[in-house]
Design a protein around this ligand. Structure first.
Ligand code: DCP
Ligand code: MG
Length: 451
């Protein structure tokens, strides 16, 4: 028997440190809405609890917003792989998680990948209330090191981790952190710029000869060639845009605007190709109230012919969005690769554009530039792409690791294949993706395995 519950059940369970009886959280699906939902992923759907509790508006646009409590009970809370555990958006150890995340960021910008991963893993492992009484339970986990455990103990005693506080006060950490907030600047580039003597974003602006807020629209020429090649010039260009627009791009995007951007883009797309559908992935889908960017995964509803119909559509859509005044810049275009005979990856099935979106002058909205990622997938890999772009990053990492280490399979957002004979899988639903990978289904709002 299934017990479909509202997200509140999980939040309350997390707060109390155990799975609560779900009697008063039961929600039922409105079947009429389900029908219309199947036709249009962006249409509003409704759910309500039997006890008549209030509807939660932030969840209404999700196409699969309900949580099956009986399924959550099947998840393993102490498993090594985060794709076996439920990870809600807000965890009761949030202040501890934030403190550990400072050290994780420090390791990341210094290029200490392995150490960074240990901290990422520690962060993903702390969804329950940790106290001095139950820290022994954490000690039983073989994959959590002594050093991090003693940091957690320090935090429980003092509310601080000394190493995190030292890091925050370190000028080098401050400069590198600021640099990596710019799109296109990773830890490596950040360190190179620091070694040149640069310390602040204003100095970076002078170095790149960028005027804040001003970015010429010539970058649309990227559509031609440069953006699809990962050339140094293309990367440089994307840093220029990221730097010039940083005051806009650092502002987070509320859920309603994310939804409106999706609607607008799908309306424009329908002028080029009828019958497409989209799912908004990324943090939005995991329930975040504010997003840093918008990630939209698009396919065609025709299972048999859809693959042909989406081919080349990404570039056409970006061109139209630019002509209509919605897309001002393209930071990267990819997916226009030759077929990869070795199937080391499935490049021929995904087309991707990383763009900058803005509301037109005639819109009532303020003109804040937004980062919008458009991912086009053939129907056979649509749900794989949705799972791959829903995140969170740690959840994705563990999905790939699980597939490889436990299932002899290869998972990434462009497809699932069996390693020994390269057999490809074509899941028809998101649940199918989990089934193929031998996993219990995890609701998108329970995939928040990062800070
Ligand atoms: N993703 C990934 N590996 C990458 C890039 C993305 O696994 N190299 C996946 C995991 C992310 C999702 O795609 O959760 C979307 O990436 P974002 O950077 O947009 O991150 P989020 O959407 O999770 O958060 P936000 O956009 O609010 O920062
Ligand atoms: Mg995102």
């Amino acid at each position: 028997m299934k017990a479909i519950v509202t997200p509140q059940w999980l939040q309350d369970s997390v707060k109390s440190g155990r799975l609560l009886p779900y009697g008063s959280y039961v929600a039922i699906r409105d079947l009429e809405d389900e029908t219309s939902r199947n036709q249009d992923t962006s249409s509003g759907s409704s759910f309500y609890s039997r006890s008549g509790a209030e509807r939660e508006s932030s969840w209404q646009t999700e196409q699969d917003e309900l949580i099956d409590a009986t399924e959550v009970e099947l998840l393993l809370h102490n498993a090594k792989y985060s794709c076996l555990r439920p990870s809600p958006l807000v965890c009761p150890n949030q202040s501890l998680v934030k403190e550990i995340d400072i050290i994780r960021r420090g390791r990341n910008i210094e290029g200490e990948e392995r150490s960074m991963l240990s901290y990422s893993r520690a962060i993903s492992l702390t969804p329950h209330v940790i106290t001095e009484h139950n820290i022994q339970d954490l000690r039983k986990l073989p994959f959590l090191g002594e050093k991090i455990l003693s940091m957690i103990e320090e935090f429980l005693k003092t509310g601080r981790i000394t190493e995190a506080q030292k890091m925050l006060a370190d000028p080098r950490f401050q400069s590198l952190s600021a640099f990596t907030t710019i799109h296109g600047i990773g830890p490596h580039t950040a360190r190179r710029l620091y070694d040149l003597g640069l310390r602040t974003l204003e100095e970076l602006e002078r170095y790149y000869e960028v005027k804040p807020g001003v970015s010429d629209e010539e970058t649309m020429s990227l559509l031609d060639a440069a953006a699809s090649a990962n050339t140094e010039a293309a990367v440089e260009q994307s840093i220029n845009i990221g730097l010039a627009l940083r005051h806009d791009l650092s502002q987070t995007i509320p859920r309603e605007e994310v939804e409106e951007i999706n609607r607008t883009i799908m309306r424009e797309l329908s002028h080029i190709q009828k019958g497409c559908k989209s799912v908004i992935a990324g943090g939005y889908r995991r329930g975040k109230p504010q997003s840093n960017d918008v990630d939209i995964v698009i396919t065609h509803t025709d299972w048999n012919l859809g693959s042909q119909k989406v081919k080349g559509l990404c570039k056409k859509l970006v061109q139209r969005l630019h002509e209509q005044g919605f897309v001002t810049h393209v930071m990267h275009l990819s997916g226009f690769h030759k077929h990869n005979a070795l199937r080391t990856h499935h490049w021929d099935s995904l087309e991707k554009a990383l763009t900058v979106f803005v509301w037109r002058h005639d819109s009532s909205r303020r003109r804040v530039h937004r980062r919008v990622d458009l991912i086009f997938a053939a129907p056979e890999v649509f749900w794989t792409a949705v799972v791959g772009w829903t995140g969170s990053t740690m959840f994705e990492r563990d999905l790939r690791l699980w597939a490889k280490q436990q299932k002899g399979m290869k998972f990434d957002s462009s497809g699932i294949s069996r390693r020994h004979d390269s057999k490809l899988y074509h899941p028809r639903t998101e649940r199918d993706v989990f089934k193929v990978l031998g996993l219990v289904y995890i609701h998108p709002t329970l995939r928040n395995a990062d800070a």
